[in-house]
Ligand binder design. Structure first.
Ligand SMILES: [Zn+2]
Length: 473
């Protein structure tokens, strides 16, 4: 299958990733652990931009940046230089943002996503380091606000801006790209994606080879998909009515699900970039080999290994390797029970129940799922009971074996099922005659009788098989 891309959609994404797993900010020693703190408690003269203060580059931040570049299959530059991007805004106390901008630490990479027509390559133009500005807090809604407060706790946090090529052909592919990016960053252990503002997205999108429009202010992956769907529809309708798409920046209004024009190309700022005189050029090439050694096995490689090592199908292997925590959980389970059975129970059943409750894999233990799988493969409980135990653990807590005893889930012995089968056949001669006469449906009636007699503790599939065997005699 080849994806035709009927509207000639081209989407490129710029993702700001906050490296919140660093202990300190990019140019000072302030702690990055501010998310639950009072405003303006994680600040110092450097990140407040006070006169006379001097930045010192965070060595670990550079290593994280190299790590990300390598994981995105980028080449790493020999040497980089920070620049000042000059503009005035209250959240930027220095009056400029220190950024690598045109001297990115990494560039020319690519990642594989699950595209509209199978595996699809998305080019990574560049990844550069910069500092995060502070945060404005409006009192009440933005348009009727009585005042605005400023919190500088975020000021000076390390950001990596990852810029993709316009290689995505639909909002769905854009979403898959974001999911893949998040997966890779999770594997690298450089950020906690659940913290506020950990990943922020700007998108540019064009249709039919027209000018590209930038959509800013997207705060979630779902929001990105919605913003792009809206923007593509808007551009198509505009062209259909004889209009022309001009280069502009639009803002995504999440509540209304629409994009609103912010400024056209002519109004774009001139940032007067110049080299940051307080920071010497940074030689990074020497660091690369050492950082390369610290790279973990990444999602694509892990998926391949799961297929080879555990004999898993592509879909299972992918589902189990998207999140590093799930992959580790699965491998522990697979070391104790049959890996293929483990894949079904972890990927299809447990993950389904967790998603339904908006929970992560941390909500369950390896020990419990292993116990449940062993009860099933040991023919002690039915699969349906296994699912019931998972649900009970998640909703009310408790240990699998206790739940089995409390709820009386132990499968009835084989001879009890056999007796029930025999009774069902003897007591229902009409249904038996119908079945033997070719009415397949009568079998369901007999299975129902067996389930009734065993109070639902027999395995329905087993009861069916036993009935068929008995009726053949
Ligand atoms: Zn500071």
């Amino acid at each position: 299958m080849v994806y035709e891309n009927p509207d000639g959609v081209k989407i490129g994404l710029e993702v700001h990733v906050q490296l919140n797993k660093l202990n300190t900010k990019l140019f000072c020693c302030c702690s990055t652990d501010y998310h639950d703190s009072e405003p303006n408690t994680h600040v110092c003269p450097v990140c407040l931009g006070l006169p006379g203060s001097l930045p010192v580059i965070n060595e670990k931040a550079v290593e994280f940046a190299i790590k990300i570049g390598l994981a995105l299959n980028c080449s790493i530059v020999e040497q980089t230089q920070f620049h000042r991007k000059n503009y005035y805004y209250p959240d930027l106390p220095k009056g400029f943002q220190t950024t690598q901008y045109d001297y990115p630490i990494a560039g020319n990479g690519k990642i594989i996503i699950e595209g509209e027509d199978g595996e699809h390559l998305v080019g990574i133009t560049r990844a550069h380091m910069e500092e995060d500005p502070g945060r404005l807090q409006h009192i009440g809604s933005i348009d009727r606000s009585k005042g605005t407060l400023i919190n500088y706790n975020r000021s000076g946090m390390t950001l990596i801006e990852i810029v993709s090529e316009p290689d995505m052909r639909s909002p769905k592919e854009a979403r898959r790209y974001l999911d893949k990016l998040r997966s890779i960053l999770d594997y690298l252990d450089v950020f906690d994606g659940d913290l506020e503002g950990a990943m922020r997205v700007d998108a540019n999108v064009s249709v039919f080879g027209g000018e590209r429009v930038e959509v800013k202010n997207i705060s979630s992956f779902k929001g990105a998909e919605r913003a792009l769907l809206y923007e593509i529809m808007r551009q198509k309708n505009h062209i259909r009515r004889g209009g022309e798409i001009t280069m502009e920046t639009r803002h995504f209004d999440e509540a209304r699900g629409v994009t609103i024009s912010m400024r056209t190309k002519e109004e774009e700022h001139d940032y007067r970039y110049f080299p940051e005189p307080d920071l010497v050029p940074l030689r990074v090439a020497d660091r690369v080999p050492k950082v390369r050694e610290t790279l973990p096995e990444l999602p694509d490689a892990k998926k391949e290994r799961f297929m080879k090592e555990y004999g898993l199908a592509d879909t299972h292997a992918r589902a189990l390797t998207t999140e590093i925590k799930v992959a580790e959980f699965y491998e522990e389970v697979a070391s104790k029970v049959d890996p293929k059975t483990a894949a079904v129970w972890v990927s299809d059943i447990l993950k389904g129940e967790l998603n339904y409750r908006d929970l992560t894999i941390d909500a369950f233990t390896v020990e419990d799922i292993v116990a449940i799988i062993e009860l099933i493969t040991g023919n002690k409980i039915t699969e349906q009971s296994g699912i019931e135990i998972i649900r009970t653990v998640l909703d009310h807590g408790g240990r699998p074996m206790d739940i089995v005893n409390e709820k009386g889930l132990l499968k009835v012995e084989d001879d009890i099922v056999a007796t029930a089968v025999e009774e069902a056949i003897n007591e229902n001669p009409e249904a038996v005659a119908d079945y033997l006469g070719g009415k397949e449906k009568s079998l369901n009636f007999l299975v129902g009788k067996v389930m009734q007699k065993t109070k639902g503790r027999a395995d329905a599939r087993e009861a069916r098989e036993k009935l068929i065997a008995k009726l053949k005699e």
